[in-house]
Design a protein around this ligand. Sequence first.
Ligand code: LLP
Length: 416
Amino acid sequence: MDYFNYRDGELFAEDLPVSEIAERFGTPAYVYSRATLERHYRAYDQALSGRPHLVCYAVKANSNLAVLNVLARLGAGFDIVSAGELERVLRAGGSAAKVVFSGVGKQEWEMKRALEAGVRCFNVESDTELDRLNAVAGELGVRAPVSLRVNPDVDAGTHPYISTGLKENKFGIDIAEAPGVYARASKLPNLDLIGVDCHIGSQLTSVEPFLDALDRVMALIDSLAEQGIVIRHLDMGGGLGVTYDQEQPPQPSDYVRALAEHLGDRELELVVEPGRSIAANAGILLTRVEFLKCTEHKNFAVIDAAMNDLIRPALYSAWQAIIPAKPRQDGAEKNWDLVGPVCETGDFLGKDRSLSLQPGDLLAVRSAGAYGFVMSSNYNSRNRPPELMVDGNQVHVVRRRETLDDQLAPESCLPE
Ligand code: LLP
């Protein structure tokens, strides 16, 4: 559920008509809803309230400082994949003690920064990363808290580019080899082995693959106990899907309750790393129709947002709803391809959408709060859009629109 709804024939973001937001700030523009972010985070947190747990929002989904700050105020933890994301969390008021650090390629300086800040756990993805972390912790004279990210080899049934828990993926340590890697890690002096971690993919629409992974991870935890390695922290990663179109994923509360029930009375801290299911439907991308171009074969609506602003349709053939700010009642609907101004055939945000359109119409691309702005670029030297956050009947600029000077500032010509 989100707070982008029609009232009297007009789309609202919480208590503001999106047309007013577009007039004030221009288009394209990302608009987030604070109430929606809070609602989604709380759904996870409250469903786990009976047991030790930590909801670590996956910063990569939407790393705007205001988004992180809204969640930090609710006591959220954070899942990061770089020192840059750690810096954002800290500047947004998040607590390092609630940060888990994931990712296959952590550099030494990033490990050092995270150890100095005092993160809760490193999700280590390979044997060689263990050695690097052990060395960096040794130099600092500290012990690094570690979970090994295991690859449970389950099929998440999602798009191959965002499926991560299969043997052929680059992520994690093969679960069959994990006992050996734990045994070796337990001998490294500067590591504190506290947990097991897995993440099997993104946009999953049923709980079965998660439960399947959990069964395998619990069996691993039991065999580690026999080796004398006691695991206290179990991180099931992120990956719960959202409704973009007709998908019917479980609600966050049902999903985490299923995990908790499966765990029974084991004394483990349950960690989850949701990104999309918190942020996606808490954001829209506002865009205006520039031109209508009807050919013999196709009707194109050229809009002012493009693949550089939102790349998911071009990159994954992702489908996101595109709805009018003020639906026309003239019955003149046609099938439109909504294309941007970038010079690529793949520059579309939607295809074959039945809409009644006129130049100047305002549209909203839904479910754009996750993997939207964060994956944007300056391709074609386009300024990236602003990010705005609605809170009731207020709207705040949480990232201003880029200017050409912003874009060009880091560049220079060759000397004379
Ligand atoms: N934890 C780890 C270790 C991850 O790799 C990810 C996402 C998450 C948590 C958060 O997963 P979520 O709850 O958001 O599914 N750009 C793609 C999605 C890439 C996801 C990468 N990893 C998209 O736009 O669909």
